[in-house]
Ligand binder design. Structure first.
Ligand code: ADP
Ligand code: MG
Length: 938
C-alpha cells in the first residue's frame, strides 16, 4: 500500500488501529510475532572460536609456539642421536607445560575479552532511542525496538524517528531526512495525501526511520518497522559497537611494539655474542651449547614482552566504564573514560543541571503593578499580594494570566491525595501553576463558554535560539498572536503596553519595565515577558514567526525562581581544587545567571565577567580567545555560540566537556572533547551526539565521572609501572648472566641461564599479571581530585615514569642476579640456584607492586585497602613457593625445594630494594619544599 497517497483514515483502517487508544497489548504481541522487533539487522558477531584463535596471533604466543617446537626438536634429537632419554623426557615435559600455559593464557584472554565485550554491550543497550507510543489508551515512553506497524506515536523537536510513519497530525513539524534524500534543510510535514507517483523526498505526509524532528511536533502511525523501512531497504548492515582503540591503548600498543623490537635486538645480540665467543675459544660452535643459548634467548624473549599489558588495559578501561555507569554516568566509548580524566573545562547548562528545574513564579508585573506570589511547588494554591500595599485587583492580571496559559502546552495533574505533578516544560508549568492560583485554566478557556469562544490555531514552540514561544488563537472570530519570551528579546519587538487598562506607547513605560526586570534578575529570578497582538486571518494561518513576533503589546512580566541544586556547590568546589574549571552557559539573562553562579561558587564576586550572546557575536575569534580562559559565565547564548566557546578553549589546548539538552546543541556536543547529554530531560538527538549521558541529569555525576576517569588512568599508570619494572628486572637478570658469567662458578656453567624459560613464564603469567590486574580495580588515591588534570600531550612514560621503571627494574634485576651468584658460590645445585633467583624475583615483584600502586611511595597507601590485590598477592606468593616444592613442577620448571630459612630469608631480603628506594623517596619528599608538586617527586 502506498501510505502517502491515502487519507489518514484509510491508513488507520488498513492497519486496524485506533487513533484514540492505539494498539492493544494483544495486537502488539501478534504483530511482533509476525514482523519481529523494530531493528535493523546488525553485523554478525564474531564467533567465539574465532575470538579464541585470535589470541594465537599475539607475539608472546608465537614465541611460545616456537619454544614448543624447539623443545620437541631437542627431544627428537636426544631420542634419535644422543640417546639421552632423560633429557629427552624433560624436553617433552617442557613442551607440554608451555603448551598448557598457552592454552590457559589464551583461555583467560578470551574470557576477559568476552566479558569486557559483554559489559560494553550492556552499556550500549542502556542508550536505546525512546519514543512516545499510544498503547491501550495510554501514552507511554518505549524503546523504539518495541514498535510495531499500527502503533500511534507522538514526536517533538529533538526526537529521532525509528520506523516509517504516516503523519496524522502535525504542528509546525519539520523533519531532517538528509540521510535518505541528501537534502540537508529541514522539510515541512503535514497530513495531506499526495499522488501515488510522488518521490520519497516529496512525500510530505511521511516520516522516515532515521530522521530527526527539528521543529514542532506531530502524531503519526507506524506503517513499517525494522528492515521493511526505507532505511532498512537501503541500509547495509549496521555497524556494531564501537571498539576503536583509545589514545592510551594506541600508545601502549606502540610501546609494546618498540619493546619487542628492543627484545629482538637483545636476543640477536645475545646469540651473536655467544657464537662469537665460542668460535674464538673453541674454534667451532657445538650444537649443545647452541641449544643452551637458545633456551636463554627464549627466556629473554618471554621476559621482555609486556604481554598482559594490552589485555589488562582494555579490561581496566571497561571496568572504568562500568564503574561510571554504576554512578549514573554512561560513556559511549572507552576513549571517553580516558578523556574524562584529563578534562580541564566543564561547560554546563544552568537550567536543570546546576539548578533543580523546579520553577515557581514568585513575583510578577502586570498592568503596571508588581505582585508577590505565595505558595510553594506545584500546588495551585497561594495568594497574590500587591507590593504597593494596596488591595489586589483581578483586572490587573486577568488577561495576562490567560495569555500565559494559552501560550503554553504544559499541564499539572493531581492524584487523589492532592499531590500535584508537572507535565511539560518546567518554565511553562510555573505559569500554569501561577494562573491556576487564580482559577484560570487553559482547558476551561478552550471549552465552549457560551459568550466566549477560544480556539488554538497554531503553535510555534519555544526554541532556545529565538527564546520565544508563540500561540495563535481565534477568539470570538478575531485572531490574536500570543507571544512570551526573554524580556530583552521581546522588548525590541514591542511597540505598546497595557497599563491601567490603557494601551500606551512602550516608551512611556520602557524604563519601568526594564528596572523591574533587572530587579527580578538580580535576585536570581528567571524572567519572561508576556505579550499579545491582533493579527489578520491570513497572518494567523500563514505568517512565519518573524512576522508574528513583531509589533507586540506588553502585558506583563514574571520572575521565576529555579533553586540551585545544593550538592552542586560542593561539586564545583571539588572540581576547582582539581584544577577543573566550571563554566556556566545559559540562555537566561546575565543578571540571573550571575546571581546563581555566585550562589554556586562558580564565580566569587559580583565583578566577575559575564559574556552575553550579543557580545559574543560582536567579538572576533581573537578577542574571544583572550577572554575564554577567564570567563566563567555566558548568558543569553544560543546553541550556536556554544560551538565557538568550545573551539576557542580547545585552541588553548584545553580538554572541554560540554553539556547540552536541545536539538541545536548537538553540533557543540560533537565538537567538545566530551559531549554530555541529559538522560532524563535530554533529547534523543543530543543523547546520540554525546559521549557521556547523565542518567540522573545531575551535575555531580559529571564530577564523579571525572574522578573515575582520573582514577582509572592512575590505575593504568600503576599497573604499567609494575609490568614494565618487572620486565626490565627479568631481562636484566638474564642478560647479566649471559655477559658476566664467563667461567663456571660452583655447579653452574657459563651457559646456565639465571632463570629457566618456564620460570620467567610463570613470573609473567602468575606473579606479575594477577597483581597487575588487581591494580586496575584500585580505589582512587586520596588526592586524585587535588592534582592538576593530566597533560594529554605528554607520553605515558613522561613525568619520571621511564626513570622510575628503569631504576627500579635495574635494582630488582641486579638483586636477582646477585642472589643467583651468591647461591652458586655457596655450592648450591643449578636448580637450587635458579630457584633462589626465581623466588628473589617473585617476591621482589610482590613487594614492588605495593610501591607501583602509588604515584608517590609505598608508605602513602594502606596496603590492604585493595582486597583483590591482597588476594592476588597472597595467591601468587603461595603458588610460587608451592612450585618449588612439588616434584612435578621441579621437573618441568627446573625448580628445587629449599630450606625454610632460605624461604624466609628471600622473602625478607627481597623487600629491601623497594623499601629502601621508597623510603628514601619519602624522606626526600618530606625534606623538599611543600610547594613542589608531590606527583613530580621522583
Ligand atoms: P536555559 O536552558 O539556559 O535556562 P533557555 O534557552 O531555556 O535557557 O531560556 C532562555 C530564556 O528564554 C529564558 O530566560 C526565558 O526568558 C525564555 N524562555 C525559556 N523558556 C521559555 C518558554 N517555555 N516560553 C517562553 N520563553 C521562555
Ligand atoms: Mg532550557
Amino acid at each position: 500500500m502506498k501510505w502517502y497517497s491515502e487519507t489518514p483514515e484509510s491508513v488507520l483502517e488498513a492497519l486496524t488501529t485506533n487513533r484514540i487508544s492505539g494498539l492493544s497489548e494483544d495486537q502488539v504481541r501478534q504483530r511482533r510475532e509476525k514482523v519481529g522487533t523494530n531493528q535493523l539487522q546488525t553485523a554478525k558477531k564474531e564467533p567465539a572460536w574465532k575470538l579464541f584463535l585470535k589470541s594465537f596471533k599475539e607475539p608472546l604466543v608465537i614465541i611460545l609456539l616456537v619454544a614448543i617446537a624447539l623443545a620437541l626438536a631437542s627431544a627428537w634429537y636426544d631420542f634419535k642421536v644422543t640417546g639421552n632419554t632423560e633429557h629427552a623426557t624433560a624436553s617433552i615435559y617442557e613442551a607440554a607445560a608451555i603448551a598448557l600455559i598457552v592454552v590457559i593464557n589464551s583461555g583467560l584472554t578470551f574470557h576477559q575479552t568476552r566479558s569486557a565485550q559483554k559489559s560494553l554491550e550492556a552499556l550500549a543497550n542502556m542508550r536505546q532511542h525512546h519514543m512516545h507510543v499510544l498503547r491501550e489508551g495510554n501514552w507511554v515512553s518505549l524503546a523504539t525496538q518495541e514498535l510495531v506497524p499500527g502503533d500511534i506515536v507522538s514526536v517533538k523537536s529533538g526526537d529521532f524517528i525509528d520506523g516509517d510513519l504516516r503523519w496524522l497530525k502535525t504542528a509546525e513539524l519539520q523533519i531532517n531526512e538528509s540521510h535518505l534524500t541528501g537534502e540537508s534543510d529541514a522539510i515541512n510535514k503535514d497530513t495531506q495525501a499526495v499522488s501515488e507517483d510522488t518521490e520519497l523526498g516529496d512525500r510530505s505526509n511521511m516520516g522516515y526511520s532515521g530522521s530527526m524532528v527539528v521543529n514542532g511536533n506531530g502524531i503519526g502511525v507506524v506503517v513499517a518497522t525494522g528492515m521493511k523501512t526505507e532505511l532498512g531497504k537501503i541500509s547495509s548492515l549496521m555497524q556494531g559497537i564501537d571498539d576503536q582503540k583509545t589514545p592510551i591503548e594506541k600508545s601502549v600498543h606502540g610501546l609494546s611494539k618498540k619493546l619487542m623490537m628492543i627484545a629482538a635486538m637483545i636476543i640477536l645480540l645475545t646469540i651473536g655474542y655467544d657464537v662469537v665467543k665460542q668460535l674464538m675459544e673453541a674454534g667451532s660452535v657445538s650444537l649443545e651449547s647452541l641449544a643452551g643459548i637458545s633456551s636463554t634467548a627464549i627466556a629473554i624473549a618471554v621476559a621482555s614482552i609486556p604481554d598482559a599489558m594490552p589485555v589488562v588495559l582494555s579490561i581496566v578501561l571497561t571496568i572504568g566504564a562500568k564503574m561510571m555507569a554504576d554512578q549514573k554516568g554512561l560513556v559511549k566509548s572507552l576513549s571517553s573514560v580516558e578523556t574524562l580524566g584529563s578534562t580541564t573545562y566543564i561547560a554546563s547548562d544552568k537550567t536543570g543541571t546546576l539548578t533543580k528545574n523546579e520553577m515557581t513564579v514568585t513575583r510578577f508585573m502586570a498592568n503596571g503593578r508588581i505582585y508577590d506570589v505565595e505558595g510553594n511547588g506545584y500546588t495551585p494554591v497561594g495568594d497574590f499580594i500587591a507590593e504597593d500595599g494596596q488591595p489586589v485587583d483581578e483586572a490587573d492580571y486577568r488577561r495576562f494570566l490567560e495569555v500565559a496559559v494559552l501560550d503554553n502546552e504544559a499541564e499539572i495533574k493531581s492524584d487523589d491525595k492532592q499531590n500535584w505533578r508537572p507535565f511539560g516544560n518546567p518554565t511553562d508549568v510555573s505559569l500554569v501553576v501561577l494562573a491556576a492560583k487564580q482559577g484560570i485554566k487553559r482547558d476551561a478557556l478552550l471549552e465552549d463558554q457560551g459568550n466566549r469562544d477560544i480556539d488554538i490555531v497554531r503553535i510555534l514552540p519555544f526554541d532556545s535560539t529565538r527564546k520565544m514561544m508563540t500561540v495563535v488563537i481565534k477568539e470570538n472570530g478575531q485572531y490574536y498572536s500570543l507571544t512570551k519570551g526573554a524580556p530583552d528579546v521581546v522588548k525590541n519587538r514591542t511597540t505598546t503596553a497595557l497599563v491601567n487598562q490603557q494601551v500606551v506607547k512602550i516608551d512611556e513605560v520602557a524604563d519601568e519595565i526594564e528596572t523591574t526586570m533587572l530587579a527580578f534578575a538580580n535576585s536570581a529570578l528567571r524572567t519572561i515577558s508576556i505579550s499579545q497582538r491582533k493579527v489578520t486571518r491570513d497572518q494567523a494561518l500563514n505568517a512565519p514567526s518573524e512576522v508574528l513576533e513583531q509589533d507586540l503589546c506588553f502585558l506583563g512580566l514574571v520572575g521565576i525562581i529555579d533553586p540551585p541544586r545544593e550538592e552542586v556547590k560542593a561539586a564545583v568546589n571539588t572540581l576547582t581544587t582539581a584544577s577543573v574549571n566550571v563554566v556556566m552557559i545559559t540562555g537566561d539573562h546575565a543578571a540571573t545567571a550571575k546571581a546563581i553562579a555566585k550562589r554556586l561558587g562558580i564565580i566569587q564576586s559580583d565583578n566577575a565577567r559575564v559574556i552575553t550572546g550579543r557580545e559574543l557575536e560582536s567579538m572576533s575569534d581573537q578577542q574571544l580567545a583572550e577572554a575564554v580562559l577567564t570567563t566563567r559565565v555566558y548568558a543569553r547564548v544560543t546553541p550556536e555560540h556554544k560551538q565557538r566557546i568550545v573551539k576557542q578553549l580547545q585552541d588553548h589546548r584545553q580538554v572541554v566537556a560540554m553539556t547540552g539538552d536541545g536539538i541545536n546543541d548537538a553540533p557543540a556536543l560533537k565538537a567538545a572533547d566530551i559531549g554530555i547529554a541529559m538522560g532524563i530531560n535530554g533529547t534523543e538527538v543530543t543523547k546520540d551526539a554525546a559521549d557521556l549521558i547523565l542518567l540522573d541529569d545531575q551535575f555531580t555525576t559529571i564530577e564523579k565521572s571525572v574522578e573515575s576517569g582520573r582514577t582509572i588512568f592512575a590505575n593504568i599508570l600503576n599497573f604499567m609501572r609494575h609490568e614494565l619494572t618487572t620486565n626490565v628486572a627479568e631481562v636484566l637478570s638474564l642478560l647479566l648472566g649471559v655477559f658476566l658469567i664467563t667461567a663456571p662458578i660452583g655447579n653452574i656453567t657459563e651457559v646456565t641461564p639465571t632463570l629457566t624459560a618456564l620460570m620467567v613464564l610463570w613470573v609473567n603469567m602468575v606473579s606479575d599479571s594477577l597483581p597487575s590486574f588487581a591494580l586496575g580495580y584500585d580505589e582512587p588515591e586520596a588526592d586524585v581530585m587535588k592534582q592538576r588534570p593530566r597533560d594529554t600531550t605528554q607520553s605515558i612514560l613522561a613525568n619520571g615514569m621511564l626513570r622510575r621503571v628503569l631504576f627500579r627494574g635495574s635494582i630488582m634485576g641486579a638483586a636477582v642476579f646477585i642472589a643467583f651468584i651468591w647461591a652458586a658460590n655457596q655450592g648450591f645445585s643449578v636448580a637450587e640456584s635458579q630457584t633462589i633467583a626465581f623466588l628473589t624475583l617473585v617476591f621482589g615483584q610482590l613487594w614492588h607492586v605495593y610501591d607501583a600502586r602509588s604515584a608517590k611511595t609505598l608508605f602513602d597507601r594502606n596496603p590492604f585497602s585493595n582486597s583483590r590485590l591482597t588476594l592476588a598477592g597472597g595467591f601468587a606468593a603461595t603458588a610460587s613457593i608451592l612450585v618449588t616444592l612439588m616434584p612435578f613442577f621441579n621437573q618441568v620448571m627446573g625448580t628445587a625445594p629449599l630450606s625454610i630459612s632460605l624461604y624466609v630469608g628471600i622473602i625478607i631480603l627481597s623487600a629491601l630494594p623497594t623499601f629502601i628506594i621508597s623510603g628514601i623517596k619519602k624522606l626526600i619528599g618530606w625534606a623538599r619544599n611543600r610547594q613542589n608538586d608531590p606527583a613530580l617527586v621522583e
